[in-house]
Write a protein that binds this ligand. Sequence first.
Ligand code: H79
Length: 593
Amino acid sequence: MNRAVTILLAIPLALPLLAQPAATNTQRDQRLAWWRDARFGMFIHWGLYAIPAGEWKGQPVPGLGEWIMNHAQIPVAEYEQLAKQFNPVKFNADEFVAVAKNAGMKYIVITSKHHDGFAMFGSKVSPYNIVDATPFHRDPLKELSAACQRAGLRLCFYYSQTQDWHEPDGVGNTWDFPDASKQNFQKYYDEKVLPQVRELLTNYGPIGLIWFDTPRNITLEQSRQLADLVHKLQPDCLVSGRVGHNLGDYDSAGDNQISVGKVKRDWETPVTLNDTWGFKKDDHNWKSTTVLIRQMGQVASRGGNYLLNVGPTAEGVIPQPSVERLAEVGKWMKTNGESIYGTTASPFPYEEPWGVITAKPGKLYLHVFQWPGKEFVVYGIESKVKQARLLTGGAPLALRQQHHADSGLDELRIATPADAPDASDSVIVLEMDGGVRVTTMLLQQPDHKVTLPAYLSEVHHTAANAQLRFDSRGVVERWLDTGEWLSWDFQLSEPARYDVVAITSGQKYGKDWEGGHRVTVNIAGNDVRGLIGDDGKLDNPSNPYWPYVVSKLGTVEITKAGKQHVTLVPQQIVAAKKFGLTLVSIQLVPKGS
Ligand code: H79
């Protein structure tokens, strides 16, 4: 086989590889200190779109609530009228802040201007703002600024810098302003964006960060000007990853996408509580508290921040289902917060089958989602564990550590209560003698399965077809060509007969999935030829919008323990829809289990 021309290490897309931000690392580290410690924040999408709440002229408008002007192609002259009705008299800044604080959130990011162009603050730059254009006449951002300072939370602002459907020179409104040749984006940028960002950083006290969004066609120069303006006015204020051209102080994962693997830069993921950001009266698809707590742990275990959204109503009230779930997350945080705040990513490059790991110097926090019963087993911890205990309290747990000289495997066994101390996430903290050392090679896990995640593979291709890459969830995209293939090394401890299974991912909301590919998996000298077909769905609780598909490829007999090399070579890829082979992982499952 003459294929191995280039070898790349799989790196999730979230990593910017080229542009270097202007700030030095020390400056950025200082700016990021509070944010790295915080790990959990509240996103608030609030604006005129809360009035129609997903319905226009008696018709439900599908899609995101804050996109209603765009989706229903509402003319500016009509949409503007909403301002005259906007009177959120029930808004109470202290209550918003209390909901966030009680949930354990450390910062609040509120929409100061979304794509609809309406400023939720008193702006001298444009009369299209909440103080001048509504009967409310109050400035909620001023009130939130005072409330956040009273409560010790950081206030931050979302600002949509490129799209502005209200302005002829902003991007996105093709129904009122169809003639693109008449557009002068620079004028909009100079006369609205820069001066409004200046107002936000001048009139509201210290601001934690500005959350720019959808940079679209913004130039490098424009992104740089924005980032520089923020840092000039408030040197400690962070700039979000979506300012464009990798000039942010940290990276942003895609909306509702949870990155996997070792993410090198600081990152944050914005997540919806239901399926919209701005309030929609018919959206009742709330994520369960268990999903929220586990997602937060997953994000922290990969070194990121979890920014969880609420969409207040036109009256200024956070919907009750949101308040309830956040209170439950807060209850969990009161007992387990030390396993989230100020932690760093898991030292393992892969996910354990039972949950996730966060770390502090000399400590590992095992977030156990699948409670094992009376004995809990972890492989790959090399450093000596001094103590194991549950964050829910009680005496230290009995433990036994063993190094198997023959296989090199380090095994930790912990005696645990029969029932899970917490239904969502029971945290066991391990205290080490000295630093934390682990085996980073992929290991067969105590549940006897082997998982080979796509994002930990080596990618091989011939020069002509280097397209395959990883989205920020670590799932393969653009695998359309049989000239690209993957390989892994892993450590097997139990020789046996295994089912070889491929896990692939559907597109968002499970709308699309492309199957019918033929692949060969080579393990321990055996070829397993199989079809990537739909043999069943797999729940993907951490990312419910992207369901997984299971394909049974065949079986393989592995007769010897030790290091194994695996290749996955496609023979035929169906790429009519351009999704191709959306690999999540290859799994070896003991036959009959
Ligand atoms: O503020 C929230 C979204 O409104 C904003 N980002 C989060 C934090 C966002 N703006 N654009 N996008 C996200 C991506 C837009 C994708 C699109 Fe569509 C696909 C625009 C039109 C089709 C998604 C689906 C938005 C409307 C329908």
